[in-house]
Design a protein around this ligand. Structure first.
Ligand SMILES: C[S@@+](CC[C@H](N)C(=O)[O-])C[C@H]1O[C@@H](n2cnc3c(N)ncnc32)[C@H](O)[C@@H]1O
Length: 209
């Protein structure tokens, strides 16, 4: 399938965007957590006080929300401006999150360090050539049985300029199925403006590399 979105220099593109645009004006920014996340937490997707990573955290809305709910939260983004904004919001909200500038395909964490991971719009920004590396990295840092909440823009979306790669279910299965069980997959039409979003709950399989 032909992927849409920035194909080269993605990191430079995101870095520049956060340096030149107030985060509140970015089309993916939401001051409130996404409703499906609240629903997943109500359903007990993560155990109380679990150690959870928000990968591609942007300005930190999800990380702050998780920390307020008692989870032990780490959060990474490879754009320094995003992490700066998120740290400032956490400081103002008096919420504790371990924020770091890091690449999702090469994370500064030990094997099986987390019981949960949340990705809202990071994986669909990853260039196709790095997807399998990203999948390996998520499996490395998650414990067996750990949950991975993944939200991505589906191929059913209308393409937007400089938008994400629009991924078919098959693209996502190809990346994760060998290491993760797909517990649930939901589709929300035109949820983020022109983007139709999938939300999935994946579970780390035991005994895979
Ligand atoms: C569409 S935004 C979503 C941000 C945030 N999750 C939210 O929902 O507001 C995607 C984010 O992922 C970050 N990102 C993309 N590729 C990344 C990578 N390889 N490593 C770390 N962060 C990445 C971008 O800098 C950007 O902040």
């Amino acid at each position: 399938m032909k992927s849409k979105g920035p194909k080269t220099a993605d990191q430079q593109w995101f870095r520049r965007v956060y340096e030149t645009t107030p985060y509140q004006k970015l089309h993916w920014f939401s001051p409130k957590p996404h409703p499906y996340l609240a629903k997943a937490l109500r359903e007990g997707v993560f155990e109380a006080k679990a150690r959870v990573l928000d990968v591609g955290c942007g300005a930190g809305t999800t990380a702050l929300y998780l920390a307020r709910r008692g989870f032990r939260v780490s959060a990474v983004d490879f754009a320094e401006g995003a992490v700066r904004a998120a740290m400032e919001r956490a400081r103002r909200a008096r919420v504790s999150v371990d924020f770091r500038v890091a690449d999702a395909t090469h994370l500064p964490y030990r094997r099986e360090e987390f019981q949960g991971v949340v990705d809202e719009g990071c994986f669909h920004s990853i260039p196709p050539s790095l997807r399998s590396r990203y999948g390996r990295e998520m499996a490395r840092i998650l414990r067996a049985g750990g949950r991975f909440l993944l939200a991505w823009a589906g191929a059913e979306s209308t393409a937007v300029p400089n938008g994400p790669h629009l991924l078919s279910l098959c693209d996502v299965l190809t990346t994760f199925e060998s290491r993760f069980l797909f517990r649930r997959t939901e589709f929300a039409e035109r949820e983020w403006g022109p983007l139709s979003m999938y939300h999935a709950v994946l579970e780390r399989r035991p005994n895979t590399r």
